[in-house]
Design a protein around this ligand. Structure first.
Ligand code: ADP
Ligand code: ASP
Ligand code: MG
Length: 426
């Protein structure tokens, strides 16, 4: 993909016409009425003189329902066929939205991922976009049409249909915005912006006016499902201004940009969380140093994503290694470790499921030592035991029991004064 920004087309009268990419998530296109509403939003941008590309998700819970159908047939369906199945969801929405636009008197054309020129690596279920040929979309825009593109899908070099991972329509939208050098990418969803934490879990969660790409990237990677992490990566790398906003409420959303205008200067900007985490411990590792690299090379070769790692070696003794994974990867992890027992040379494996990861994120942490200590203090005073920790310049993550997850999020949200009007460090 090529980089670069701002491609305003100078019009004869001196007006500037821009290009806007809009994305509507599942709930926002969950009924024909909502699809009509999405069409209205696209038309508003068109009427402002912009070229418009609209990326859409499958209607409502369609993707979950399709996954359910596959499970009725097979416990481990072919990944290729799974992609073939799931991509039908988005295909329904693109055609209906295009019809809605036509109905309202606007010219429009819909494209599936492959028709839109979106090429991915040869992986099924979680493929990365490797190349986008924007020519077809550009030609249609040049003819004045609103172009509607199916999110979450692409095509591999050998012509198989692929998907970008759950929530991947965000990534389609931002990648298109990057390659088309759009002025902005608007992510329309069922919340009015990015909040200090998931508003479905914490009543006092507050909408953020703006956030940096790095903060958003951490939040997304640490479980804040409001944006697909790879979408934020694209936005950061290609400097695409992003706004997360409501498809029904007419209010400004959250702007994600390089240097956000800080409406408040809180050290912690958000709390992210995810459950279904398992801790695996390899005990009695004969050669801890070699063991570390061998274990993770072996797991990586099997596409098992390892998160927090803790190693402990006592002088002259065997060592131990603990790491966290997603619950879904446990069976495969145990199999891989067992199959490589002779090379890895360990005594035994223990695992603990029913865990969750709770993280605090904020770029102000860099210059504020003691934030981690404060987090541990809050958790301990709420009787919550921390089982694993990992930190970076702008986040602290803790692994705790799943049953304490919401309590921990609420306590941290309160302690770092994220609810209501910020009172600290203003
Ligand atoms: P869409 O279908 O539009 O892509 P998603 O369900 O993927 O919508 O993302 C929106 C949801 O993300 C919200 O309904 C909310 O529950 C969840 N969410 C998680 N963390 C946050 C957060 N920090 N701010 C806002 N929403 C969040
Ligand atoms: N329809 C897909 C999903 O539900 C992709 C998306 O909505 O972004 O995960
Ligand atoms: Mg989503």
């Amino acid at each position: 993909m090529s980089g670069g920004r701002k491609n305003d087309i100078q019009m004869k009268e001196g007006e500037t016409m821009g290009l806007i990419v809009q994305k509507f998530g599942g709930t926002s296109v969950g009924s024909t009425e909502r699809i009509m509403n999405a069409a209205e939003r696209a038309i508003e941008e068109k009427e402002r003189g912009n070229d418009v590309v609209v990326v859409v998700s499958a209607m409502g819970k369609t993707t979950d329902q399709l996954v359910g159908l596959a499970r009725e047939i097979s416990a481990s369906p072919s990944k290729r066929e799974m992609d073939m199945l799931l991509t039908t969801g988005e295909q329904v929405t693109i055609s209906l939205l295009s019809m809605a636009l036509n109905e309202k008197g606007y010219e429009s054309i819909s494209f599936t991922g492959w028709q839109a020129g979106i090429e991915t690596e040869a992986v099924h279920g979680n493929a990365r976009i490797v190349h986008i040929d924007p020519e077809k979309i550009q030609n249609q825009l040049n003819q004045g049409k609103i172009v509607v593109v199916a999110g979450f899908q692409g095509v591999t070099e050998d012509g198989s249909i692929s998907t970008l991972g759950r929530g991947g329509s965000d990534t389609t939208a931002v990648a298109l915005a990057a390659v088309l050098k759009a002025d902005k990418c608007d992510i329309y969803t069922d919340v009015t912006g990015v909040y200090t934490t998931d508003p479905r879990y914490v009543k006092g969660a507050r909408k953020l006016q703006s956030l940096s790409y790095d903060e958003m990237l951490e939040l997304a990677n640490l479980g804040a499902g409001v944006l697909h992490p790879r979408a934020v990566e694209f936005a950061k790398n290609y400097e695409v201004p992003l706004e997360v906003r409501s498809s029904t409420e007419r209010e400004r959303g959250t702007i994600i940009e390089e240097e956000p205008t800080m409406e408040e200067n809180l050290v912690v900007r958000g709390v992210a969380f995810e459950n279904a985490i398992t801790k695996v411990a390899i005990l009695g590792l004969e050669d801890s140093l070699k063991g570390l690299s061998t274990v993770f090379t072996t797991l990586a070769a099997h596409h098992i994503n390892v998160d927090i790692i803790i190693q402990s070696v006592a002088e002259g003794q065997t060592g131990s290694l603990s790491f966290s994974i997603k619950n879904d990867d446990l069976e495969e992890t145990l199999k891989v470790l067992e199959n490589n027992r002779d090379t890895l040379k360990y005594d035994r494996i223990e695992s603990e499921s029913g865990l969750a990861k709770v993280s605090i994120v904020g770029s102000g942490m860099v210059s504020n030592p003691g934030v981690a200590a404060e987090m541990f203090e809050v958790l301990s005073s709420n009787g919550i035991q921390v089982k694993m920790v990992s930190t970076s310049e702008i986040k602290v993550s803790t692994v705790i029991s799943d049953s304490s997850m919401v309590k921990a999020v609420e306590a941290l949200h309160e302690a770092f004064e994220l609810s209501g009007t910020p009172a600290r460090n203003v």
